[in-house]
Design a binder for this molecule. Structure first.
Ligand code: PEP
Ligand code: MG
Length: 577
């Protein structure tokens, strides 16, 4: 049996299923006798203290090298456990309404969730999940203490694949400490805290596997592919596992061969230099950037970092992370894209934008930043301060019109002036670029190129908006066509506009990492590619075997063609030459 979920953390591993059972989740409501009241308060306090102790124990288990990244999740939960609201409210409910501790906590949780839900700030609203996690832990302790449990569970999960409805950040750290081989959850997306932590902690993981608990049984032997999001039930299909492993072996061999190319320059046969950079979401990915000897980071998606911060990431905190990235890159440029929240990057299902009629056409990316200036300015300030430590480029997502560009440039200038007045160092030469992701921006690329230092084509969105295909909707996925003549026209037009204005144009959408399209893109004039580190050396190999002049000629024919089938055939033929 093969089951598919969302692969969120790379790695292939075989192991036995361990279904993580939660305590009874139904919370009983019981009225206390007057003489029971004080002992119930005592019971609550013990469960709270137990939860604090558990979290502190888990925090001590975090490996030294990822302490700051991971412990911030746990510290936020610890702070909540000391919050008067969380301690006093249930105590008052026990004393005044005479309800049992579990119910008092349930009532408190509902009150707190309502408070969080009514908050203006979208990021603060997302914190309600943390409140739920923390209170459920205390409720679990109350149940476990009754049945003689409690404390951080001592388990050995070596060789085990944990299957759970969902995992909290603390659970994730805990199971890593218990040597879990991989985990599979029913809920969650690739941008959930848990998925981000799985990548940081290097645990292969698949999330969003509906009915995981029903499909996978305790003790069953399975193979988990954390990249592809596949679970193979292995016991009755050993041949399939063997085939899978063989495929892996061939892949590994190929990768080892490609590694020989790392210190070679990226240059076509006719001596056209091409720049290859990486896209990253986390600081943990920097060693891979060095490993493949990329020329820098062409896209650092800051929303991943931002979503992890319980208090919405202060300017100081962002500065520290950006500075650490700059230093870790050791002189290679870091392109920091300002927040691109909204649409598919909305991780809070309660955010109003998510239920807007057309979220992808709504308040996302630069539009949202310009509507929420304090958040935007805090980020710009942090980016500018980080530029004092090494080469930093700032990149604006989803620009559509000149007014957004002008407003953004004015805010960057304001920020620079503020830092100057305060005597805070920054790089006045810092490069400012914009993403070309909207057809209107591609058509007017010349205007953007004139005012910016560089452009970067975000093909994931450019295709979505050009073809009116929701990039996350499976039903129309077959129409998501990078080779549509309109898409090729816009890419070519943008590259040409950049060239005419004397400004570099890169590409950081997924098209840049597709080896079947590399020769086409070189032929269209692209000279800077940014992609996941795993694809970089293969792309380099293709470029080093190509002649840009020949490709340019062949691409003229492709650009002139209007028949999709013919374009497909020509691109395929080009890839094979
Ligand atoms: C893109 O749209 O191509 C892009 C790189 O940005 P993201 O995928 O983060 O929207
Ligand atoms: Mg985009």
């Amino acid at each position: 049996m093969i089951i598919n979920g969302i692969g969120v953390s790379r790695g292939i591993t075989q192991g036995w299923i361990h279904v993580l059972k939660r305590g009874d989740t139904t919370i009983a409501k019981r009225t206390l006798e007057p003489e029971e009241i004080e002992s119930e308060v005592e019971r609550l306090n013990e469960a709270l203290e137990e939860a604090r102790k558990q979290l502190r124990e888990v925090r001590d288990m975090v490996p030294e090298n990822m302490r700051q990244e991971v412990t911030s999740f746990l510290d936020a939960h610890l702070l909540m456990l000391d919050d008067a609201m969380l301690v006093d409210t249930p105590t008052e409910i026990i004393r005044n309404q005479h309800y049992n501790a579990e119910w008092a906590l349930q009532d408190t949780m509902e009150q707190l969730v309502a408070v969080f839900e009514s908050m203006e700030d979208a990021y603060l609203r997302t914190r309600k999940n943390d409140v739920q996690h923390v209170i459920r832990k205390v409720q679990e302790n109350l149940t476990l203490t009754d049945s003689g449990g409690g404390g951080v569970q001592e388990r050995d999960l070596t060789g085990r694949i944990v299957v759970a409805d969902d995992l909290t950040p603390a659970d994730t750290v805990l199971i890593q400490h218990q040597n879990v081989a991989a985990f599979v959850t029913q809920f969650g997306s690739s941008m959930s805290h848990t998925a981000i932590l799985a990548r940081s902690l290097q645990i292969p993981a698949v999330v969003g596997l509906h009915d995981a608990g029903m499909l996978l049984e305790d003790g069953e032997l399975v193979l988990v592919d954390g990249h592809g999001g596949t679970i193979l039930c292995a016991e009755d299909a050993n041949w399939l596992v063997d085939q899978y492993r063989e495929h892996q072996r061939v892949e590994q061999e190929r990768e080892e061969k490609l590694m020989a190319l790392r210190d070679k320059p990226t240059i076509t046969r006719d001596k056209e230099s091409v720049t290859l950079k990486c896209n990253i979401d986390l600081i943990e990915e920097i060693p891979r950037v060095h490993e493949v000897q990329a020329e820098g980071v062409g896209l650092y998606r800051t929303e991943f970092f931002y979503l992890d911060r319980p208090e919405g990431a202060s300017a100081d905190e962002q500065y520290e992370v950006y500075r650490d990235l700059v230093l870790a890159l050791d002189g290679k440029p870091l392109t920091i894209r300002t927040l691109d929240l909204g649409a598919d990057k909305e991780f809070d299902p309660d955010y109003e934008g998510a239920i807007a009629p057309n979220p992808a056409l709504g308040l996302r990316a630069i539009r949202r930043s310009l509507q929420n200036k304090p958040v935007f300015l805090a980020q710009l300030r942090a980016i500018l301060r980080a530029s004092a430590h090494g080469p930093v480029h700032v990149m604006l997502p989803m620009l559509t019109n000149n007014s957004e560009l002008m407003q953004s440039l004015a805010l960057i200038r304001d920020c620079m002036k503020e830092l100057e007045d305060e005597g805070v160092p920054y790089d006045p030469e810092l490069k400012i670029g914009g993403m070309i992701e909207v057809p209107a921006a591609a058509i007017s690329a010349g205007v953007f190129a004139r005012h910016l230092d560089f452009l970067s084509i975000g093909t994931n969105d450019l295709i979505q908006y050009t073809l009116a295909i929701d990039r996350v909707d499976d039903q129309v996925h077959y129409l998501f066509d990078p080779l549509h003549p309109a898409v090729l026209f816009l890419i070519h037009h943008t590259i040409r506009a950049g060239r005419e204005a004397g400004k570099p144009v890169g590409m950081c959408g997924e098209m840049a990492s597709n080896p079947r399209l590399t020769r086409l893109l070189v032929g269209l004039g692209l000279r800077e590619f940014s992609m996941h580190p795993g694809s970089l050396l293969e792309i380099k190999q293709i470029i080093n075997h190509a002649s840009s002049k020949e490709l340019q000629k062949q691409c003229q024919e492709i650009l002139a063609c209007t028949q999709p089938e013919r374009i497909r055939d020509m691109v395929e033929a080009l890839a094979k030459t």
